[in-house]
Write a protein that binds this ligand. Structure first.
Ligand code: BG6
Length: 501
């Protein structure tokens, strides 16, 4: 029997190849380029998914030659790529690599980038198509966008990928949008949230919309509540300058966490075009109301032990104000006020320096209405939970009660598991591979649209506004724990608890 076509289930290997183009990375001497972008390009090249005529231009302030840049990128690929290093693959990529050192505060910086791109059009046949990747701090966005906007080629297409955070609040996000939209149309702007490129996050859509059995139970009648966890064991990794301004609410909650929630709660889109999917996500974000102060818990880590290592408190991290009130943990009870989800709590939490790295979405169903057995030993009757492991151990697992073999009626919770590693031979691609390729193809389905970003900021601004001048007693959780005790109380008050780990 032919299988139903499911565009999300298709591997990267069966996609069409993008047009010839040049990828221009602004902020090329930064961590993102080294750890994520170049390794992702290498993996795409490894699978033959890049256009035959392709070039990469690294742009940054630091002085270095193209040769030095290529050497640093070779090292980065060896260290961070998921595929084994093959000299021929890297060298084919390196042949189209250039580095331009410029400070965009100086007028004329873009001239040297422009010249390099013109030369590459000649030498590599990139046809005037440009994908600009802004991996620079948000303050630098407007000036870089203006420079590239002013020099838009008449030939070929131009797109811009903008790294998060897109603004600091609603007002700054709107300002930023206005400045980008002076030069680029919405379908040329790719606001990146790398969680949307994660295979398991896309599988959430495949799970919901390529399988008939979930739709009838995916609602307030059957679901007791949803728990979304984005836990990291890592600290701030030397990013104090950024993190002190952002905190977990802007670093994770505003984007990754709300995206996971929107994908979990959204209605089926009519198709998987960029607008159809994003229309449904926006409706979810619009239907969320601001949680009251009792429904949000923020925290900050103190010293502790993480994965066997003693670690510093947040306030002791280099570059952090010793009296900092920046949040490194957030938990909240949120509601989506629509017919599908009214009165169904979505408990969400995110934090740094928690016990383990774990991103999960747990759909907890209502308990069986009546226990038909006279006496039950074992775990008793526990609610079914559909657990989506976004990372690590990518997969999906359904907790069901099963009879323990033997006389009597003893019930124990067992798990039906689907593990990526077991089901597919192909390894799970990195989110950036998918996203860079989609941007080259002009497909914005897995990128955030302007109205989505605005709805996300409205919620965040309301929460931050309610914190006002409160001075929380920080630190309030030990590094290596599961967060502040008040986050447990948030659920206990409702007669529930966070999923056990
Ligand atoms: C980034 C945040 O967007 O996501 C980081 O800025 C965080 O603070 C990272 O560590 C987590 O990404 P991942 O893919 O490792 O879950």
């Amino acid at each position: 029997m032919p299988q139903a076509a499911n565009p999300l289930a298709q591997g990267l290997g069966v996609r069409r190849q993008p047009d010839p183009c040049a990828l221009v990375v602004f902020g090329a001497s930064g961590d993102l380029t080294k750890r994520k972008l170049l390794p992702a390009l290498y993996s795409l090249a490894f699978r033959g998914l890049l256009p035959k005529r392709f070039a990469v231009v690294g742009v940054a302030r630091s002085e270095q030659t193209t040769r030095q840049f290529v050497t640093a990128m070779r090292q980065a690929v060896k260290q961070f790529a998921r595929d084994p290093f093959r000299t021929d693959v890297f060298e084919s990529l390196a042949a189209g690599m250039r580095y331009v050192s410029t400070d965009f505060a100086d007028d004329g910086g873009e001239d040297s980038v422009g010249q390099t791109l013109d030369e590459l059009d000649e030498a590599r046949g990139t046809g005037g198509n440009r994908l600009h990747y802004l991996a620079v701090p948000p303050q630098a966005f407007p000036v870089v966008v203006r420079e590239i906007g002013e020099r838009r080629e008449r030939e070929g297409w131009a797109r811009v990928i903008i790294e998060k955070p897109f603004g600091h609040d609603l007002a700054s996000a709107r300002e930023l949008s206005a400045s980008v939209k002076r030069w680029f149309a919405e379908d040329e702007i790719f606001r990146i949230d790398h969680y949307l490129g994660k295979e398991t996050v896309q599988n959430l859509m495949a799970l919901r919309f390529a399988n008939g059995i979930f739709e009838p139970i995916w609602n307030r009648q059957m679901v007791d509540h949803v728990q979304i966890t984005v836990a990291e064991s890592m600290g701030i990794e030397g990013r104090a300058g950024y993190y002190e301004q952002a905190g977990v609410i802007r670093d994770i909650f505003q984007n990754h966490l709300l995206q996971l929630l929107a994908l979990t709660a959204m209605e089926p889109p009519i198709d998987f075009s960029a607008d159809a999917v994003r229309n449904e996500k926006v409706k979810v974000l619009r239907a969320m109301h601001t949680p009251g102060p009792k429904s949000v818990v923020r925290g900050q880590y103190g010293r502790g032990w993480v994965e066997g290592e003693e670690v510093l408190a947040y306030r002791e991290e280099p570059g952090v104000d010793p009296r900092s009130l920046t949040d490194t943990y957030i938990a909240a009870k949120l509601y989506v006020d629509n017919w599908r989800w009214a009165d169904t709590p979505f408990y969400v939490r995110a934090g740094k320096r928690l016990a383990r790295r774990e991103t999960t979405i747990a759909i907890q169903f209502k308990s069986a209405p009546h226990p038909p057995f006279e006496s039950i030993a074992g775990d008793g009757l526990r609610p079914n939970v559909l657990l989506i492991h976004v990372q690590p151990d990518e997969g999906v697992s359904l907790a069901i009660g099963a009879k323990v073999p033997g006389a009597g009626m003893s019930i124990r919770t067992v798990h039906m598991d689907f593990l990526y590693g077991g089901a597919f031979r192909e390894g799970v691609p990195e989110a950036y591979e998918r996203l860079i390729l989609d941007a080259m193809l002009g497909d914005a389905t897995l990128f955030t649209r302007e109205d989505e970003v605005e709805e996300q900021w409205k919620l965040v601004d309301a929460i931050v506004g309610a914190w006002g001048r409160d001075r929380p007693t920080f630190p309030d959780y030990a590094a290596g724990s599961w967060g502040p005790a008040r986050a447990d109380e948030l659920l206990h008050r409702d007669g529930r608890s966070w999923r056990r780990h």
